[in-house]
Design a protein around this ligand. Structure first.
Ligand SMILES: CC(C)(COP(=O)(O)OP(=O)(O)OC[C@H]1O[C@@H](n2cnc3c(N)ncnc32)[C@H](O)[C@@H]1OP(=O)(O)O)[C@@H](O)C(=O)NCCC(=O)NCCS
Length: 179
């Protein structure tokens, strides 16, 4: 049975396999042969970056941003990496527009099997158990019906639609889930 865990060494080989399969760590920035090679060159350093996330990060426009505290969680079955649920503990100004508290992605071969719906449900349980949040924001692109369904199945309520801050001409739907 699949479960939500902290990243660990036993899943690294499968994580790298997922990168080659088409899993992207960031929905706004697809992996390239170079980004994958970087993880492959030093998987333990990558693991450390997941367990102790850096305080700054390069934003989609190339500028350096302050990272809010966040926890990466991996959805796994046995030693197989299936996908991620990333939990942001608070909202920055940009996350309150695009990104929200929770982001998730499944590797291509794990899609269409209910994994994202179950992983988000487990992620919400993790938040209930570990953070003082009473509700969480999720943002999604209107042309991502599967993700919208995942959010709605987990109790998401659509509150507003705003212009996407990183993709001119596109929109971001805001959904809130009461915990
Ligand atoms: C969006 C994403 C997370 C969905 O993951 P998933 O594991 O396939 O989702 P689920 O299996 O839980 O399915 C969710 C809903 O979408 C539907 N769905 C999923 N894949 C489908 C497909 N290929 N064809 C038709 N419907 C599909 C399911 O039927 C389900 O609805 P239902 O329960 O009412 O039937 C996955 O496609 C992904 O990782 N995409 C890239 C990253 C991304 O977009 N992340 C979200 C950013 S907001």
């Amino acid at each position: 049975m699949a479960q939500l865990v902290r990243p660990a060494e036993r899943y690294l080989a499968s994580f790298i396999e997922a990168l080659h399969e088409g899993y992207n760590r960031d929905t706004l920035r697809p992996e390239t042969p170079e980004t994958i090679a970087q993880v492959e060159a030093d998987p333990m350093a990558f693991l450390q970056s997941q367990l102790n996330p850096p305080e700054t990060f390069v934003q989609p426009d190339g500028s350096l941003g302050r990272a809010v505290p966040w926890t990466p969680l991996w959805w796994v079955e046995g030693d197989r990496f299936l996908g991620t649920v990333h939990v942001r503990h608070e909202l920055s100004e940009t996350l309150s527009k695009v990104g929200g508290h929770v982001g998730y992605a499944m590797r291509p071969s794990a899609r269409g099997q209910g994994h994202a719906s179950a992983a988000l449900a487990a992620g919400l349980d993790w938040i209930r158990a570990n953070l003082p949040l009473t509700r969480v924001l999720l943002t999604v692109n209107p042309n991502n019906p599967h993700s919208i369904r995942v959010i709605e199945k987990n109790g998401g309520v659509h509150t507003q639609t705003i212009p996407h801050i990183w993709r001119p001409g596109e929109q971001a739907l805001h959904y809130w889930i009461d915990l």
